[in-house]
Design a protein around this ligand. Structure first.
Ligand SMILES: [Fe+2]
Length: 296
């Protein structure tokens, strides 16, 4: 977390920390979303963001019927859709294979129309820009595409914040997941693993309090994201999920005026460039953004 994102959250009423409860909203205009959640960096569930998606017909059985021989590259290696669905719908207590963060357009190009119209809440995404430089366009444009997460019963094995301080818009298409979130100002209780974006605490439901005593002081917010619902997860919020059965969701990663400064800092720090080159890249991106804001 950067100082900047902390500043944003600290701007909220401190009572939010003790009693933060996720709100469910529908028929939410972009202006209201920006004012009440995006600029406040406050999570919200939107219940009707994907109500017109044909993807509501996507179920494990539907995929098994329509794409039985399609080869999937899961975290347990390659397997056919048929075998994948059998594995994730079995009664086994083992986590089973996971199709994780796969770009939908690469996985099922013919299904892209099923996830339209794009929710208005993710339209303003600077990761889609043409930065006029391959070194930037390749990773950033790739990060902007809609991704699919498809799995069976499992806990998400680590408490984390998202990559490069992007914020996430997660839509649950099938099944449901239990979500646990912690605001940025509880980070000092979460045992961040150095500068990694993960906590050392493996399972928030069974923490080792002898080793991680401060964790007892955390005030998590817990909720269930149900099929048809979408979650706005601001950058800097720590989160993890438990999936209690077959689950299919999509996620957009977004950077815009609300998290650009944090994103840029993380992106430059993770660029692997020497200090002088990193400085040049930073100036380039700042100038690019400035020029774009003038010309638009
Ligand atoms: Fe995440």
């Amino acid at each position: 977390m950067t100082r900047n994102s902390n500043k944003y959250f600290m701007g909220l009423n401190s009572k939010v920390i003790d009693s933060f409860e996720i709100e469910r909203r529908s028929n939410l205009s972009y202006e209201a979303f920006e004012k009440d959640y995006l600029s406040q960096r406050k999570p919200v569930i939107i219940t009707d963001a994907i109500e017109n998606w044909k993807a509501s017909k996507w179920t494990p059985e539907w995929f098994k019927e329509n794409y039985p021989e399609t080869i999937l590259n899961t975290d347990e290696g390659e397997m056919s859709m048929k075998d994948f669905i059998d594995a994730i719908t079995s009664e086994s207590d083992e986590p089973g294979p996971f199709l994780r963060e796969k770009p939908l357009g690469e996985l099922f190009p013919d299904l892209k129309a099923d996830v339209t119209p794009t929710p208005i809440y993710v339209d303003d995404n600077w990761l889609k820009w043409d930065f006029k430089m391959k070194r930037l366009n390749s990773p950033l444009n790739r990060l902007s595409v809609i991704e699919v997460n498809f799995c069976g019963k499992r806990i998400f094995p680590y408490l984390h914040i998202d990559n490069l301080q992007s914020f996430a818009f997660i839509s649950q298409l099938y099944g449901e997941k239990s979500v646990v979130v912690y605001p940025p100002n509880q980070e000092h209780l979460l045992y961040r693993d150095g500068m990694e974006r993960a906590s050392k605490i493996f399972d928030v439901e069974l923490p080792d309090l002898d080793t991680y005593p401060l964790f007892e002081q955390t005030k998590p917010t817990k909720f269930v994201l149900k099929a048809g619902e979408s979650l706005y997860m601001p950058n800097g919020w720590w989160h993890t999920t438990r999936v209690n059965g077959p689950s299919l969701s999509t996620v957009f990663s977004i950077v815009n005026a609300n998290n650009w400064t944090d994103f840029l800092s993380d992106f430059i720090n993770n660029s692997g460039l020497s200090a002088p080159k990193a400085k040049i890249l930073e100036y380039y991106m700042k100038l690019f953004k400035f020029t774009k804001s003038i010309l638009n």
